[in-house]
Ligand binder design. Structure first.
Ligand code: S3P
Length: 184
């Protein structure tokens, strides 16, 4: 499915691995009294497999289809959702088109060195759901950053630089820039 005309005001978080999309998204949803969907978790729920298992068994292209389906599933909900899109959700043109139907697309961004510090070391031994940065996380992240920066910029309505911010501060910035009102 390429087109979706949902009037439900979902918010999608996008950005590279390590920017805090899942943690921020879950807490933001709780604060708003909304539901939360993480595309990686949705894929895991539907397939019963981890991201790494899917990459290893059927490859990245098949994973991207599952990711597309998870994004559609999130945006199709009739109740407002905070959707944490995994880092690669902006790669497919049909996904970028879908993202434009969301009420807000928030890009969590940080300088490359911050992301490398956050997840680089942890991934040297093969982080559970990040096969794309196996081996040399810093070099791989640098490449992903260069390839994707313009795509995140292209789809997002809000950009937040998370460098030096604690999770509650990121959430406050999202609330301030989107005009959403916390219930809690
Ligand atoms: C990916 C990001 C990961 C996961 C997979 C691919 C990417 O999710 O979907 O390893 O292409 O950037 P997170 O962004 O939640 O780490």
């Amino acid at each position: 499915m390429n087109q979706l005309s949902s009037s439900t005001p979902h918010v999608v978080l996008v950005g590279l691995m390590g920017t805090g999309k899942s943690t921020v998204g879950r807490r933001l949803a709780h604060k708003l009294g909304w539901e939360f969907l993480d595309t990686d978790d949705e894929i895991n729920r539907v397939t019963g497999k981890t991201v790494r298992q899917i990459f290893e068994s059927v490859g990245e292209k098949a994973f991207r289809q599952l990711e597309h389906d998870a994004l559609v599933a999130g945006l199709q909900h009739s109740s407002p959702h905070i959707i944490a899109g995994a880092g690669g959700v902006i790669l497919r043109a049909d996904n970028r088109q879908l993202l434009r139907t969301a009420e807000h697309v928030v890009w969590l961004n940080a300088p490359l060195h911050v992301l490398v510090e956050r997840i680089g070391q942890r991934s040297v031994t093969g982080d559970g759901h990040r096969p794309l940065i196996d081996g040399d996380p810093a070099a791989r992240l640098e490449k992903l950053y260069a390839e994707r920066e313009s795509l995140y910029r292209d789809v997002s309505s809000v950009e937040i630089d998370v460098e030096g911010l604690q999770i509650p501060e990121v959430i406050d910035q999202i609330l301030a820039t989107t005009g959403l009102e916390a219930k809690l």
